[in-house]
Design a protein around this ligand. Structure first.
Ligand SMILES: Cc1cc2nc3c(=O)[nH]c(=O)nc-3n(C[C@H](O)[C@H](O)[C@H](O)COP(=O)(O)O)c2cc1C
Length: 229
């Protein structure tokens, strides 16, 4: 299983086949997924299209609905479940985070869903990625940030910023103007968690996430933590 390789070929999958999937593969992977912060309370449910209010122009045979009680843990949800997305991709299962689809059965701790299913259209070449330049997502362009650069994000906003530190990077979430904030405020921490998942799978042996008290305040950005890689 090579999750890192998936980063460079993945695309959000919007074309699915109806084939059945062995869902135990998902449960097994989730038993060994890496956590960002220990002790975060969350769970997931696997639903089918019939259980979901689908507002996208595409549909998938399966939806994984994520639940967490605290908004502070949305970054963890991005981190944890993007590893699953890369794993699914590695076994031929396409997937797409779907911010606008939700389970029909309402629940106050519902966070977001991921559409998934067998597909023959979930990869692409590197030159097809539309992403900000490395110099726009960090204080100094640094190729070690390419895995984060290629991460998916809600409406491709890429709301992450990395500032070099002695042993890695301080990580920030970009603050948006009020209009944009209304739309993406729920998703932006998930996006940052997704980018951190890519940094983790690309640096599996050395990755560490921790919080500093003496971080620099950067105007228009919120500090979320620091990584060693
Ligand atoms: C939190 C989140 C929510 C998303 N919601 C949707 C969605 O509702 N519908 C959709 O088609 N794509 C959705 N996407 C996929 C993004 O549009 C996509 O990641 C981005 O445009 C970059 O394209 P790529 O993933 O193919 O590289 C979402 C992605 C994230 C991370």
């Amino acid at each position: 299983m090579n999750l890192e390789k998936q980063i460079y070929t993945r695309k959000s999958c919007r074309k699915y086949l109806d084939d059945e999937i062995d869902l135990n593969l998902i449960h097994d992977f989730m038993n060994r997924v890496k956590q960002l912060n220990e002790g975060v309370n969350y769970h997931y449910e696997i639903l089918t299209l019939d259980d979901v209010n689908n507002h996208n122009r595409f549909s998938a045979p399966y939806y994984l609905a994520i639940f967490a009680d605290r908004k502070e843990n949305y970054i963890d949800m991005g981190f944890i479940f993007q590893q699953l997305c890369l794993y699914l991709q590695s076994i031929g299962i396409g997937n797409c985070w779907v911010g606008i689809d939700a389970p029909k059965e309402k629940s106050s701790d519902f966070v977001i869903s991921i559409a998934f299913g067998k597909s023959d259209d979930f990869t692409r070449s590197r030159d097809k990625f539309k992403r900000k330049h490395l110099s726009k997502i960090s204080d100094m362009g640094d190729e070690r940030l390419i895995p984060a650069q290629l991460a998916p994000s809600a409406i491709n906003m890429q709301p992450w910023y990395f500032k070099h530190s002695a042993d890695g990077f301080d990580v920030y979430q970009v603050k948006h103007n009020i209009l944009k904030r209304q739309i993406v405020k729920k998703w932006n921490p998930i996006d940052v968690g997704i980018a951190l998942a890519h940094m983790y799978v690309a640096n599996e042996d050395t990755f560490e996430f921790y919080k500093k008290t003496d971080f620099e305040n950067i105007k228009g950005h919120t500090y979320v933590g620091s990584i060693k890689i």
